[in-house]
Design a protein around this ligand. Structure first.
Ligand code: BGC
Length: 428
C-alpha cells in the first residue's frame, strides 16, 4: 500500500516537474498526501474502497469469517468492535452488581437469583458473544462443540433446561443459585431481529407468569433492554443491563437501569469513514489511525485493535455503570483525539454510499449514524445514507442501482452471510 502510493506520488511529481520546470522548480506537491487523482469515473466499481461495518461478513451458523468478502479488493476492511472483550465485560458487570447488592437482590428470598435474557439475533456474532459472556460470568453456560452454548432456552423456571445449567455465586460465606429463568431471540413476525417491541412483550409475558422470581434482566442490547425496563423493570425496581450506551440507556442509569457497555461507537464511526478517506487519498491506511495525520488526528491503542489477517478494525469496549455514567451522557459526540477537520484542498470531497441495515435499530439510528454524520463533514465525505427495513437484503441492494456514481461503499448487511449480494453488484 505504502509502496504503491510512493510510486504513484513519484509519477505525479515527475509529471508535475515536467510541466512546471519553466516556472522555477516548484516542489510543493512532493511528499504531500494530496493526490487529486481519482475521479470516480476512471475507477471500476470492483476496485473502489469497501468497508463492511457492524455486521461482519461471516457464516451465521458457525461464525466463520467470510474471507472472500473481507478480501474483496485491496481496499476492503471490516470495522466493528471486540465482541468477546465486550461480552466478558458485560457478564462481569452483571456479576459484580449481584455481588455488591446481594442483600437486596433476591426479591422473593428463595436463595435463587433468577435472570431473564433478551437475545438479539441468534446468527449475529455480537449477539452470540454477549449471550455466552453472561452465561460464562454467571456460571450458567454449558459446553457445545467446544464453546458455550448460546441457544435461547424458552422458559426454565424449574432449572431443567439442557442448553444452560444452574450456576452459583458465593458472597459472604453464603452460596446462591443463579438461574437463567428464560431467554428468547427477539425477532418480530416480519423477521426483524434485535426487536425492542418484541422484548417489551416478552417481559410482559414472563413477569405475569413468574415475575417474583425475576431478580435481574439482561439484554444483548440497550434497545431491547430499555423496552423491558420501561415496560416492567423500572416500576418493579429490577436492575436491567444492556449494551451500546445509547443516550436513553445511559440517562436511565439514574433511574435504576443497571448498566450498559459502550462499544466505542465514536471510534468505530470514525474508523468506518477514515479507512475510506485514506484509501481514496492513496495514503497509508494507518494515517489518522495509529499514525497521526497532518492535523493531529490519531487513535491510541487502548481504544482499538487492528487484525491484519482478518482485515478488521475492532474498537474496544468500556463498562458504563452508576459509577461513571456521567462521562457517557452524549453518545453522539465525536471522539476528541480524532475531531480535527481535514483540509479540503488536500482531501477533496468524495461521495460515499452507505447503508444502515435497519433504519429503526436503536443503536445504529440513535448513536452510530449521528456519529457518522459528524465525521463525514470532518473528513470531507459526502455520504448518502440508505436505511433498510431490517428484514430483506434486496430492500437495500435495490438502492445500489448505480454504483458508478460513488467513490466508495460502506455496507451494513441484514444478514452476515449475504456479502455476495453486494459484491456481485460491484463486480458487474
Ligand atoms: C448492537 C445492536 C445492534 C446490532 C445491529 C450490535 O453491535 O449492539 O444494538 O442492534 O449491532 O447489527
Amino acid at each position: 500500500m505504502k509502496k504503491k502510493f510512493a510510486l504513484v506520488a513519484m509519477a505525479a511529481v515527475l509529471a508535475l516537474s515536467t510541466v512546471a520546470c519553466s516556472s522555477g522548480g516548484d516542489s510543493g506537491g512532493s511528499g504531500s498526501s494530496s493526490s487529486g487523482s481519482s475521479s470516480s469515473g476512471d475507477v471500476a466499481n470492483k476496485d473502489k474502497p469497501l468497508v463492511w461495518f457492524n455486521r461482519q461478513p461471516s457464516n451465521s451458523s458457525t461464525g466463520e469469517l467470510d474471507m472472500t468478502a473481507l478480501n474483496f479488493n485491496e481496499n476492503t476492511y471490516y470495522v466493528g468492535f471486540d465482541a468477546n472483550q465486550g461480552a466478558e465485560l458485560q457478564g462481569t458487570m452483571v456479576k459484580d452488581y449481584i455481588e455488591a447488592n446481594i442483600d437486596s437482590i433476591d426479591r422473593n428470598g428463595d436463595g435463587v437469583i433468577g435472570y431473564v435474557l433478551a437475545i438479539g439475533d441468534i446468527g449475529h456474532n455480537d449477539s452470540i458473544a454477549r449471550t455466552r459472556g453472561v452465561r460464562k460470568a454467571l456460571g450458567t453456560g454449558v459446553d457445545k462443540d467446544g464453546d458455550i452454548n448460546s441457544d435461547p432456552i424458552g422458559t426454565n423456571t424449574d432449572g431443567s433446561a439442557t442448553a444452560v445449567q444452574d450456576g452459583s455465586i458465593e458472597v459472604g460465606g453464603k452460596t446462591y443459585v443463579v438461574r437463567e429463568l428464560a431467554s428468547q431471540e427477539m425477532k418480530n413476525s416480519a423477521g426483524a431481529t434485535w426487536d425492542a417491541a418484541t422484548a417489551g412483550n416478552a417481559i410482559g409475558t414472563w413477569s405475569s407468569s413468574f415475575g417474583d422470581q425475576i431478580d435481574v434482566v439482561v439484554s444483548n442490547n440497550d434497545g431491547m433492554g430499555m423496552s423491558m425496563f420501561n415496560a416492567w423493570s423500572k416500576d418493579n425496581e429490577v436492575p436491567t443491563f444492556g449494551y451500546d450506551a445509547n443516550n436513553d440507556a445511559v440517562a436511565a442509569i439514574a433511574e435504576g437501569y443497571g448498566g450498559t457497555i459502550s462499544q466505542h461507537a465514536d471510534v468505530q464511526a470514525y474508523l468506518t469513514l477514515r479507512v475510506i478517506r485514506n484509501a481514496l487519498d492513496g495514503v497509508d491506511i494507518d494515517t489518522g489511525i495509529g499514525t497521526a495525520d497532518e492535523v493531529g488526528n490519531v487513535l491510541s491503542d487502548d481504544v482499538y485493535v487492528y487484525n491484519e489477517e482478518e482485515r478488521s478494525y475492532y474498537a474496544l469496549n468500556v463498562a458504563v455503570t452508576a459509577e461513571n455514567y456521567t462521562d457517557f451522557t452524549d453518545s453522539t459526540k465525536v471522539y476528541e483525539p480524532v475531531s480535527a477537520q481535514l483540509d479540503e484542498s488536500e482531501h477533496p470531497t468524495k461521495s460515499v454510499w452507505l447503508d444502515i441495515y435497519n433504519a429503526s435499530d436503536n443503536f445504529l439510528s440513535s448513536t452510530y449514524q449521528p456519529l457518522l454524520q459528524n465525521y463525514d463533514d470532518l473528513l470531507n465525505l459526502n455520504v448518502e445514507y440508505i436505511g433498510g427495513d431490517g428484514q430483506t437484503e434486496s430492500n437495500i441492494t435495490n438502492r445500489l442501482g448505480n454504483p458508478s456514481q460513488y467513490d466508495a461503499f460502506a455496507i451494513n448487511m441484514v444478514k452476515t452471510d449475504n456479502a455476495a449480494s453486494y459484491t456481485s453488484i460491484l463486480s458487474q
